[in-house]
Design a protein around this ligand. Structure first.
Ligand code: KG4
Ligand code: ZN
Length: 408
């Protein structure tokens, strides 16, 4: 077997077709992401059948582009890594089938990667790329347990990640019992007539609003009530059981979405949002949701009233505050040596600023991936596969998609 440590990572779990070449889990030679945002934007969410079709179209050119960018051929690879779950079954299957065929043709080992482990490794890859691993404050805690918050469109999960002989082991500490935080961002943006996906829009607009204008509150989640014969209503419902989890570390984001809707209706803000959405639709030939979020205050005010800006700022302030409170509480209770924050919502500016400030206050290091590594990508999949390649942990021939794969 070649020993160059070159891993081709393939990621097709949701709405990005991605391929990357990463050397020894440390150096990214190429990372290509084909986004399907334009396809799903008009529906305000990911349509599974369309996602599979788009992955089928994109997979060959995306992998080819990654190899070209890296300046290598398939024959130079050491292994192929692919996301096997959690995610959309049909979407996952496109990546798995392609990865299997390529591995078979090139006689390469195939490594199955959990998407959530990939998100956690995005932070570790980032640290190695930055040379931060050599930084005394990080190398001191790198071998100790870290608390990882994976916060995206499909997940809001807290894990205790423990390094174990070069590999990592995870235990679930907390999770959402209903919507993921990113899902709440997307739904609130949709009801306000903003663009898709909602996270970057609310992130941009919140800077121009008063975060204390609307006092949204989060009550402690009652896990027992959710366990009374009911399965939690979330995309990732089966990826992690909620029994036995500490209620202090449980999240719930469906309530705040409803509270925003009620606020909009009570204050008669709905017609304004709808009028704006219609205007954007006509201005942009029906592709309103791919318009970029405003960057200047004048642009924001041309799009929204001050009341809407205050509302999104308050929504974001409350969501980030809740994520922060529970993450730091879990880190303290579990004596985590540091905090890793990753997933699409980790791209959020207010989230980064407030987590870092709180970390500094408590003397706890908080690390994030670069923005491009926060949202779905394949470099994180190739990076997560590196310890498995080193340990010879390969996928069997009957590897298939596991939409509700749990992280252990
Ligand atoms: O990790 P990701 O690309 O895909 C999933 O695995 O879900 O995350 C996508 C989610 C979307 O809900 C999107 O609205 C949210 O991440 N997101 C953000 C930001 N950028 C993306 N949320 C808040 N602020 C952002 N800047
Ligand atoms: Zn993701």
């Amino acid at each position: 077997m070649k020993e160059n440590g070159l891993i081709l990572g393939i990621e097709t779990s949701c709405d990005e077709t991605a391929a990357a070449i990463v050397e020894r889990g440390t150096r990214t030679l190429a990372s290509v992401v084909a986004s399907q945002i334009a396809t799903h934007a008009r529906y305000g969410g990911v349509v599974p059948e369309l996602a599979s079709r788009e992955h089928l179209r994109a997979i060959v050119p995306v992998v080819r582009a990654a190899l070209e960018q890296a300046g290598v051929t398939a024959a130079d690879l050491n292994a192929i890594a692919v996301t096997s779950g959690p995610g959309l079954a049909g979407a996952l299957l496109v990546g798995i089938t392609y990865a299997k065929a390529l591995a078979f043709a090139q006689e390469l080992p195939l490594i199955a990667v959990n998407h959530l482990e990939g998100h956690i490794h995005a932070v570790l890859l980032q640290e190695r790329e930055d040379g931060a691993a050599a930084d005394a404050s990080i190398s001191r805690v790198a071998e100790e347990p870290a608390l990882a918050l994976v916060v995206s469109g499909g997940h809001t999960h807290l894990y205790l990640a423990r390094p174990a002989n070069g590999a990592w082991r995870y235990s679930l500490v907390g999770r959402t019992v209903d919507d993921a935080a990113g899902e709440a961002y997307d739904k609130v943006a949709k009801l306000l007539g903003l663009g898709y996906p909602g996270g970057p829009w609310i992130d941009a607009l919140a800077r121009f609003g008063d975060p204390l204008a609307v006092p949204f509150a989060f009550a402690q989640v009652k896990t027992k009530a959710h366990l009374a014969g009911k399965t939690p209503r979330t995309k990732a419902a089966k990826t992690a059981p909620i029994a036995q989890l500490d209620p202090r570390f449980m999240f719930s984001f469906s309530g705040i979405k409803t509270a925003v809707l009620r606020y909009v209706e009570l204050n008669r803000m709905r017609p304004e949002a709808e009028a704006r959405a219609t205007r954007l639709l006509t201005e942009n030939g029906g592709r309103e949701k791919t318009v970029r979020p405003p960057q200047m205050q004048e642009e924001a005010l041309a799009l929204c009233s001050q009341a809407t800006l205050d509302l999104v700022a308050s929504f974001q302030h409350a969501v980030v505050g809740d994520l922060m409170k529970k993450t730091f509480a879990a880190a303290e209770v579990l004596s985590a040596a540091r905090i890793l924050v990753t997933g699409g919502v980790a791209a959020n500016r207010e989230l980064r600023a407030r987590f870092s400030a709180e970390g500094a206050r408590r003397g706890l290091n908080v690390a994030y991936p670069a923005l491009a590594l926060s949202t779905d990508n394949a470099a994180m999949i190739a990076a997560a596969a590196w310890p498995r390649l080193a340990a010879g942990e390969f996928a069997s021939d009957d590897l298939t998609a596991d939409p509700s794969l749990a992280l252990k």
